[in-house]
Design a protein around this ligand. Sequence first.
Ligand SMILES: O=C(O)CCC(=O)C(=O)O
Ligand SMILES: [Fe+2]
Length: 312
Amino acid sequence: MAASTSTGQQSAQQAVTPQLRQWIIAQAQAGCRPEDVLAAMQAAGWNEDVAIRALEDTLAQHLASPSAAAPAPTPVAPARTTQVARRAEPEPQATAVPEPSLAGEPTVLWAGDRQVQVLMTSKLPRVVVFGGFLSDEECDQLVALASPRMARSETVVNLTGGSEVNDVRTSDGMFFQRAENELCDRIERRIATLVNWPVENGEGLQVLHYRPGAQYEPHYDYFDPSHPGTATILARGGQRVGTLVMYLNTPEAGGGTTFPDAGLYVAPRKGNAVFFSYDRPHSATRTLHGGAPVIAGEKWVATKWMRQGEFI
Ligand SMILES: O=C(O)CCC(=O)C(=O)O
Ligand SMILES: [Fe+2]
């Protein structure tokens, strides 16, 4: 499978329709900032780099068109005809990655303000499962802070009047800014201490909510170096090199995190977390992973992505 980004397989199904392009233009004309439009698309289940490319392509194409000055949204061409030249990409070089201090095989680690259990490790893919990373109260508080913002994002997207944006969504999501509140700041510092990676290199926490039947198709979290839009994304701190998925509740059944190349299934337990790192944006890291369908109950997770450099 080709390397892809946070919703790799999903992105294959995420066709950028004329209706979506029209909606993007309408948002821009209504004075919405591109970052808010991007956040709304992500909350509706759009893969981050698919959404960024859709935004960039649509707005660039629109500005270049004679109708750009017209006050009302204008239909745009249904398909992009520009061919982007592709060349064979060399296999990327390995880079430094976050890594917990596991020399001596400790059963617990001190994460600055809390003791965390080491429950399972794997070398390839590099995976470490932690127990008790968050307290029950922290999980509940994160869900409470995230919930209203998910609802608001959905309303914005519903303005499209079309179903294209929502059809691909299998979970709802939102992003916090880094250190947006005391709780995020505390959790971000704990992560940085646990995996020995600067807090500045972290993206803001993402919260996802899966209802019964919802899932996250297997994907890679790194950005595909062969995508034309990746250069723009990498300008904000380089590649992603590590992920921590924190379980904010315990679904009744299903909803684990799967690593299909390794045959691994991490059961979702409230407060636990699964860490994995990838030293190259390449499938050789075997970090293909997904959120298995929720069979009963619902599932809430918070995800922290770590970049090579400072995330700005
Ligand atoms: O929900 C899960 O178990 C996985 C989430 C995930 O892969 C992500 O947020 O990138
Ligand atoms: Fe992921």
